[in-house]
Design a protein around this ligand. Structure first.
Ligand SMILES: C[S@@+](CC[C@H](N)C(=O)[O-])C[C@H]1O[C@@H](n2cnc3c(N)ncnc32)[C@H](O)[C@@H]1O
Length: 305
């Protein structure tokens, strides 16, 4: 319902839906109010190391603000040549021509691989059409969208604010949605680890839906559910409690997913046990429950305290 309200407001603010500039217009031109631009960049924690790409960049304000205020680099793409001319003039006026560029290009045909931050003010169906491409970006890439979500890919953060300058000054509410592209962490992970003087084999099955992960771990012949599992970009944290040598031992792992390897640290506590060890796990190709091929098991170098 909210979408219809917004679409109506858009039609008024944009003047029309049907203008054509030689490409297929997907979204009309409605600028993001400057106060919302600032909030989007703040939420994405844009800094000098960032490369910001605005999809459907209008007058260039998002990329220009990212460069002027935070020293970021980047580019914008828009199908409308007038918007590109305007953006280039705005970049010159802001003194950021060395940091930003604007191209007349279809956002669906734009290479996004350089981006550390993607910004967009599009439409729900356009966001959904982009979603598979966004999920293939480098884990950790931040995405900020003005007003429109990505349906079942729930935002990591959602902020709602009043924007006086919205819709040409008539004012309105703006929603800002923020995501961090998750690494691909689903599957069966195996590792070995020294625990209380013995080397134990672990097998963890992780189910992943977007950034949400859950699963179980098999150790010492028993399977326990993960108590917590969190995936933020390529950073993973998991925790569970398993019975080892008749004692309940809390396991807390943190690491980075890189392809089919996770590397990080594990903290074990419980009973008379208190140790920290390095943690290296490998993702196996087989399904959960099948016997582990010996060479698929990875040993963890121990650094017991
Ligand atoms: C709602 S405006 C947002 C402008 C700017 N990003 C902002 O937030 O102020 C959407 C822009 O996307 C552009 N656009 C629409 N379809 C596009 C496409 N397929 N490829 C590139 N740009 C497109 C329009 O020309 C318009 O300038």
């Amino acid at each position: 319902m909210r979408v219809f309200t917004r679409a109506g407001a858009w039609a008024l603010a944009a003047g029309c839906f049907g203008a054509s500039w030689g490409g297929e217009p997907t979204v009309p031109y409605v600028p993001t109010p400057q106060e919302v631009v600032e909030k989007m960049l703040e939420i994405a924690k844009v800094g000098p190391q960032d490369y910001v790409i605005d999809l459907g960049s209008g007058d260039g304000r998002i990329v220009i603000t990212a460069a002027r205020k935070y020293g970021a680099r980047g580019f914008g793409v828009d199908l409308n040549p007038e918007r590109i001319e305007e953006s280039l003039a705005n970049a010159r006026a802001a003194g950021v021509t060395g940091k930003v560029a604007f191209y007349r290009r279809d956002l669906f045909e734009t290479d996004l691989s350089e981006a550390t931050v993607i910004t967009m003010y599009l439409l729900p169906r356009v966001n959904l059409a982009l979603r598979p491409k966004l999920l293939e970006l480098k884990p950790g890439t931040r995405i900020v969208s003005h007003d429109f979500s990505m349906d079942e890919w729930k935002a990591d953060r959602h902020v709602s604010m009043e924007a006086k300058a919205k819709y040409g000054g008539s004012g309105g509410r703006s929603d800002i949605y923020f995501w961090i592209v998750p690494a691909k962490a689903g599957g069966v992970w195996q590792w070995q680890m020294p625990v209380g003087g013995r080397t134990l084999s672990y097998e963890m099955t992780l189910d992943q839906k977007y950034q949400m992960v859950s699963g179980s771990v098999k150790v010492g012949g028993r399977t326990v559910k993960l108590r917590s599992a969190k995936l933020t970009g390529d950073e993973i944290g998991i925790a569970f409690t398993a019975e080892i040598n008749g004692q309940k031992v809390k396991h807390a792992f943190s690491g980075r997913v890189a392809g089919d390897t996770v590397e990080g640290r594990a903290r074990l506590s419980g009973g008379r046990l208190e140790s920290q060890v390095e943690w290296t796990a490998k993702r196996g190709a087989r399904s959960a429950g099948a016997a582990a091929p010996r060479d698929a098991l990875l040993s963890a170098a121990s650094a017991a305290r």
